[in-house]
Ligand binder design. Structure first.
Ligand code: FAD
Length: 465
């Protein structure tokens, strides 16, 4: 017999959106059930953010071990045991997904394994291999995430890989072709280039990392080229022929047909929302024609007791955005007036050098008619950056001309991913360039670059003229 189980709030999907929403809803007094058909932690912890950063840092260690002669360090016979790299990476993932399970249990969230499907606006059916169970709920939060887009001419196989396959290789490939120079393609291409793989990136647009300013992406491009990578822009990938040990990719550039051969091809051309097999139409939840769920400022869908967060809604498909929306949705359900405000959401690329941006770029501000000052400070003028042998890059601070309000920042350089947090806080807290300039930053640190850029903004820099 299938007696429905009653719950207050049911969350579908246990990625960084769903598990955070579930914990916050439980903290706010709800009886919460979370349904997950795969592994706790979602894409981010299992096959996204975390394993990719693990692979990137292993590649970076290997590369710096080989190339520190300028510091007087020469290492011979530096070797990679890639099986061990993969085991270490799996261990990192396991610690975190185990941690999520512990956190959910610690907050008394019921974890249900299986695939969820909406029957109506208060009923969900959850199926696993051999059973089905009905749940009734007052509120639901959909956080089913996204999956890689498959190009018709590049069906996934043993050698035509999506990001999940690319992260799971058992050996370092001699060569790869990456289709798509977005952040995932650039990060993974860069990681394998560090391991010695010959990397070719095919990008349709004029530049890789299109969303970032050219001054920033060109630093990454230069670094990749230094590692022997080839970057072909305005290239249209047309098809692939696969043999036992290799793939041949056909592409077109400037009207000319060309081919490139490699061990594998990574197809990294974007992701699509997992909203097609949930019964959403049946419940009357409005979506765009691309399957993106429409929500209001409280993450509520067109059906008022059902919320949606993360990669299935508008905005950048990033883990921290999913988690942020998860908290907003849970708080909305608890009757708080929380609303989403995307102004200070950072975007980071874990390339070399790292790229990070928050708030307005100079160009975006101008397009909106805001008069701004853009103040730059180079990593090369910072003592810590020199001592780290990481002088590539700059920080650009965007402030409003009339009052010096910090409205944006872009960083290219070592630890840009961590440095951007201070700038996000400055925007959130409504700080001015003067506030940043008068904040005492420890010496010698990369954080001083932020202070110095703020001093440039107010016209009184100490360490550049
Ligand atoms: P997901 O993490 O996709 O989780 C959704 C979960 O829902 C999955 O576990 C899925 O199994 C489950 N599910 C789906 N349908 C059902 C159903 N019907 N019933 C039950 N369960 C279901 N973002 C960053 O911010 N920083 C990074 O550095 C970064 N690196 C990335 C690297 C790679 C290679 C990739 C692929 C992504 C990366 N991302 C990164 C993006 C990030 O992973 C996503 O933005 C994030 O995981 C989205 O979270 P989510 O909660 O919306 O969905």
């Amino acid at each position: 017999g299938d007696f429905p189980i009653e719950t207050d709030t049911i969350v579908i999907g246990a990625g960084p959106g769903g598990y955070v929403a579930a914990i916050r809803a439980a903290q706010l007094g709800q009886k919460v059930t979370i349904v997950e058909k795969g592994t706790l932690g979602g894409v981010c912890l299992n096959v996204g953010c975390i394993p990719s950063k693990a692979l990137i840092s292993a590649g970076h260690r290997y590369e710096t071990a080989k190339h520190s002669d300028n510091m007087g360090i020469t290492a011979e016979n530096v070797k990679v045991d890639f099986t061990k790299v993969q085991e270490w990476k799996a261990g990192v993932v396991k610690k975190l997904t185990g941690g999520v399970e512990g956190l959910l249990k610690g907050n008394k969230v019921d974890i249900v394994r299986g695939e969820a499907y909406f029957v109506d606006a208060n009923t969900l059916r959850v199926m696993d291999e051999n059973s089905a169970q009905t749940y009734t709920f007052k509120n639901a939060i959909i956080a089913t995430g996204s999956r890689p887009i498959e190009l018709p001419a590049f069906k996934y196989t043993k050698r035509v890989l999506d990001s999940t396959g690319a992260l799971a290789l058992e050996e370092i490939p001699e060569s790869i072709v990456v289709i798509g120079g977005g952040y995932i393609g650039t990060e993974l291409g860069g990681a394998y280039a560090n391991f010695g793989t010959k990397v070719t990136i095919l990008e349709g647009a004029d530049e890789i990392l299109n969303g970032f300013e050219k001054q920033m992406s060109s630093l990454v491009k230069r670094n990749l080229k230094k590692k022997g990578a080839e970057i072909i822009t305005k290239a249209l990938a047309k098809g692939v022929e696969e043999s036992e040990n290799s793939v041949t990719i056909k592409y077109e550039v400037k009207g000319e047909e060309k081919t490139v051969e490699a061990d594998y091809v990574f197809v990294m051309v974007g992701r699509r929302p997992n909203t097609d097999e949930l019964g959403l139409e049946q419940v009357g939840i409005e979506m765009s024609d691309r399957g993106v769920v429409k929500i209001d400022k409280q993450c509520r869908t067109s059906v008022s007791n059902i919320y949606a967060i993360g990669d299935i809604v508008e905005g950048p498909p990033l883990a921290h955005k999913a988690s942020y929306e998860g908290k907003i949705a849970a708080e909305s359900i608890a009757g708080h007036n929380s609303e989403i405000d995307y102004l200070a959401i950072p975007a980071v690329v874990f390339s070399e050098p790292e790229l990070a941006s928050v708030g307005y770029t100079e160009k975006q501000a101008k397009e909106e008619g805001i008069e701004v000052t853009a103040a730059k400070f180079p990593f090369a003028a910072n003592g810590r950056a020199l001592a780290l042998d990481s002088t590539d890059g700059f920080l650009k601070l965007v402030t409003r001309k009339e009052d010096g309000l910090v409205i944006g920042a872009q960083i290219a350089g070592a630890s840009a991913s961590d440095m951007i947090a201070e700038l996000g806080l400055a925007i959130e807290a409504g700080m001015t360039a003067e506030d940043l300039a008068m904040t005492i930053h420890a010496h010698p640190t990369l954080g001083e670059i932020t202070m110095e850029a703020a001093e440039v903004a107010i016209g009184s820099p100490i360490h550049i003229v």
